[in-house]
Structures are given as structure tokens and as C-alpha cells.
Design a protein around this ligand. Structure first.
Ligand code: ADP
Ligand code: MG
Length: 234
């Protein structure tokens, strides 16, 4: 197994990615390249294939056709085990509703990816608490997700996504369940952390104000890239 320095940004390359769930095609031949350390927003109407593309890029879903590379690894031809290990160690994911485990404290939620990698519990807890502090909710480490606000839970979910020092963060509508203030706070945080960690970010959103945080915007329409533009204004 190749080893990677922590936090080392991964480039993302997709070529000719096509997928359908049985009926209408969700992706019909998508080409997308994201440079190491770049932040790209994927936008487009509901049903245009944004979430499917993110699942394919992050190795959750193997597409019917096409190739995906993360850094120098060809994700699409990897075994299920290799893909799941790559996801656990080199890829961070963040969803619309943080998807924290309700029965675990924020600290335990954030420590989980480290414990799955067989890190010692005391060390995992210490790292988890440090990440919670870094995202601004260190004082809530012993609370359950149901006891904190949506914005605070999403910060904890971001800490959980980043605790393994992934080279790329895939975020699907990460501000979709937040009010506009909490949403822009979350985007400021993601942008700052990505820069500090030298991390690649692929962000799905249908909100133009959120897309404006990215270096580049890729627009999907009916499963195809409709436009791929470098941001003029930040
Ligand atoms: N698990 C699934 N089973 C069947 N069809 C799906 C599934 N997920 C998505 N689709 C379909 O694939 C298309 C693209 O969906 P999706 O990738 O979720 O788009 P978006 O995230 O842009 O809203 C849509 O037509 C959707 O109905
Ligand atoms: Mg979606």
C-alpha cells in the first residue's frame, strides 16, 4: 500500500464518467480535472447528477463507464477494500445534514475515523478534541449532536471529515441545511482550513453565493458538463 504524507493534496481526474441507476442516465460522459489544492464548485439544477458525480469521485460508487483518479491512484479499478481504505484515509466527505451518530458525543464522532484506523483511544480523543477546537466548538466536545445547533453540528461533521488529514474534501450541499449566516461561517471555515491544510475541495451546491467561494465553477446539466469556468470575482 502506498503511503502518503498527511494533508498532501490530491488532484482529481475524471474522464468519460457515465452512470445510470437503471433507467434515465444520471451521468453521460463527464470529464473533470481538479488540480491539487484547488477548490471547485459543482453546480446545476436538481437531478443534474451532482451527487452522483461526487459519489463516483469519492469512490463510493463505481461508474458504469469512465475512469477516476485521485492523485496517482485509479479509483475505478481498485478493489472494494482498497477503495474503502482510500476513502477512510485520504478522502474527507461532508454532507448536507452532518450525519453525525446521534448516540455519540461530538468528540466520539470525530474520533471514530481514527479508531477505525486502529489508533490508540487516548490519542484519537486528543486529536478529536483539538479538531473540535479548531472548528470553533471545542467547548461542546462532550455534547450529543441533538444538544447543539445545526451550524455547530456541521462544524463537528467538518472536523470528523478532516481528522484523518485527507488530501481531498468532497462536500455535498454542506450549507444546505443552515441559515445564510451559519452557511457563510461554514464556508469561511472550509476555505481557511483547505488553504491551511493545502487540501483539494470539490463542493456541490445549487447556491451561487456558496459557489462564489470556489476558484472555479463547473455546471452540470442533464448529466453533462455544461460550463467549466474560472471565477472572475472572489
Ligand atoms: N439511488 C438512486 N436510484 C435511482 N435513481 C437515482 C438515484 N440517485 C439519483 N438518481 C437519479 O439520478 C439523477 C441524478 O441525481 P443526482 O445525482 O442526485 O442529482 P443532483 O445531486 O444534481 O440533484 C436523477 O434523475 C435522480 O433521480
Ligand atoms: Mg444532490
Amino acid at each position: 500500500m502506498t503511503t502518503h504524507p498527511p494533508g498532501h493534496a490530491l488532484a482529481v481526474h475524471a474522464t468519460g464518467v457515465a452512470h445510470d441507476y437503471g433507467r434515465r442516465p444520471a451521468l453521460r460522459g463527464v470529464d473533470l480535472s481538479v488540480a491539487a489544492g484547488e477548490m471547485v464548485a459543482v453546480t446545476g439544477p436538481s437531478g443534474s447528477g451532482k451527487s452522483t458525480l461526487l459519489h463516483v469521485l469519492s469512490g463510493v460508487l463505481r461508474p458504469d463507464e469512465g475512469e477516476v483518479r485521485l492523485g496517482d491512484e485509479v479509483v475505478t479499478t481498485m478493489s472494494e477494500d482498497a477503495r474503502s481504505r482510500l476513502r477512510r484515509t485520504r478522502v474527507g466527505v461532508l454532507f448536507q445534514f452532518g450525519q453525525l451518530i446521534d448516540e455519540l458525543t461530538l468528540a466520539d464522532n470525530v474520533a471514530l475515523p481514527l479508531l477505525l484506523e486502529r489508533r490508540k483511544r487516548a490519542e484519537a480523543m486528543e486529536t478529536a478534541r483539538a479538531w473540535l477546537t479548531r472548528v470553533g466548538v471545542g467547548d461542546l466536545a462532550d455534547e450529543l449532536p441533538g444538544e447543539v445547533s445545526g451550524g455547530q453540528a456541521q462544524r463537528a461533521a467538518l472536523a470528523r471529515a478532516l481528522v484523518t488529514n485527507p488530501g481531498v474534501l468532497f462536500a455535498d450541499e454542506p450549507t444546505g441545511a443552515l441559515d445564510s449566516r451559519a452557511g457563510s461561517d461554514a464556508m469561511d471555515l472550509i476555505t481557511d482550513l483547505a488553504a491551511e491544510e493545502g487540501m483539494t475541495v470539490v463542493l456541490v451546491t445549487h447556491d451561487a453565493r456558496i459557489a462564489a467561494y470556489a476558484d472555479r465553477e463547473v455546471v452540470l446539466r442533464d448529466g453533462l458538463v455544461d460550463a467549466d469556468e474560472t471565477a472572475v470575482v472572489r
